[in-house]
Design a protein around this ligand. Structure first.
Ligand code: MG
Length: 343
């Protein structure tokens, strides 16, 4: 089996502004697995705040040695080989894991959701993210984005109420909000959440820095809205530790190492009575279409990443239908490269 590794720069349609900084592009790594006439695709995006570099991911991927008696259906053995090679670098594993699942689906001739026996009719609507901006910019964007039934607002600045009010001038669609660790005072956060609960807000992501466990637990005990851990949640162990600290967890393939780990985290979270949000980075339709395959297991879906980039090198895959991202019926992840890739 041949692995190709391609560093790629995702160009964002608009600057992405969060409480932790802003950017106009996101580094990513695309991989291909070639095996017996089949080509499988994987990807990971590497937003700088996570601290993982393109070079480190490419070097880790180059160390992979597949088993001699390679069987594309033996995902346990292949993922063990991938994991042993990349070590403690979840994004490298995520790219390989997506490609290995894509290959698995192509060998069997089934989309991944069918291999897991999931019901696509259960897929919740996906939210579309509006980054931090002026009230004017938010009003403009909220009016523009009509295909999505839920809008996600990036908060954590000093004008959070003004931002929500600006969007509310334009639409009564449900909102989710993400503080991206940008809040500092727990009483002020609780006051704000009380107000957000009256604004048809569905959930609140990562109010404080993840290390403020006691403050998150205090807020979760009192908040009228679900408090969802994101930056704090990267593994099954983090999901277990989230009980009593958050109402739910935001699970992303790039953070946790791919579909196998995300499936386990979703299953464990549900068993523990935690709410589940399936999220993404700004990424191509490859990683998005992979995550969509798991979305029947999530309470909420935030998989707008491919809609935020200008140079998606893939086509096919998940389609937005009546506000929900629905997997296509093609085997595996379901994407194919465009004839002429964007630069
Ligand atoms: Mg988040």
């Amino acid at each position: 089996m041949r692995l190709t590794i391609c560093p790629f720069t995702l160009e964002l349609r608009e600057p992405f502004v969060l409480a932790v900084g802003s950017r106009t592009e996101t580094p990513a790594v695309l991989v291909e697995l070639h095996r017996a006439g089949l080509v499988a695709y994987g990807e990971v995006a590497l937003p700088p705040y996570l601290g993982w570099t393109q070079d480190a991911v490419c070097q880790a991927l180059a160390r992979v040695v597949w088993p001699h008696d390679l069987d594309p259906l033996n995902l346990d053995a292949l993922l063990a080989a991938a994991s042993a090679a990349v070590g403690d670098l979840p994004p490298a594993l995520a790219a390989l894991d997506i490609a290995l699942h894509d290959l698995f689906g192509k060998v069997i001739g089934q989309p991944l959701y069918a291999l897991w026996g999931l019901d696509v009719a259960r897929i919740p609507p996906t939210s579309f993210t509006l980054s931090i901006g002026t009230p004017e910019a938010l009003r403009h964007k909220a009016a523009q984005v009509t295909a999505y039934h839920i809008l996600k607002l990036k908060l954590g600045g000093s004008h959070d109420r003004a931002a929500v009010a600006a969007v509310r001038d334009m639409t009564d669609r449900p909102l989710s909000v993400d503080a991206n660790q940008g809040w500092h005072d727990r009483s002020a956060a609780l006051d704000l959440i009380g107000w957000l609960a009256e604004q048809n807000v569905l959930l609140v992501e990562q109010p404080f820095s993840p290390n403020r466990v006691d403050d998150h637990a205090w807020l979760t005990e009192r908040s009228p809205l679900p408090i969802i851990g994101d930056e704090a949640i990267r593994s099954v162990a983090d999901v277990v530790a989230a009980r009593g600290v958050y109402h739910g967890v935001n699970i992303k393939l790039a953070k946790c190492g791919g579909l196998r780990a995300a499936h386990a985290m979703l299953t464990v979270a549900r068993a523990l009575g935690l709410k589940t949000l399936l999220g993404c980075m700004t990424e191509t339709s490859c990683a998005i279409s992979a995550a969509v395959q798991l979305s029947p297991l999530a309470d909420w879906v935030d998989l707008d990443g491919a809609a935020l980039i200008a140079n998606d090198p893939f086509e096919g895959g998940a389609q937005l239908i009546d506000g929900r991202l629905v997997p296509c019926s093609a085997p595996g992840v379901g994407v194919r490269p465009k004839a002429h890739r964007g630069s």
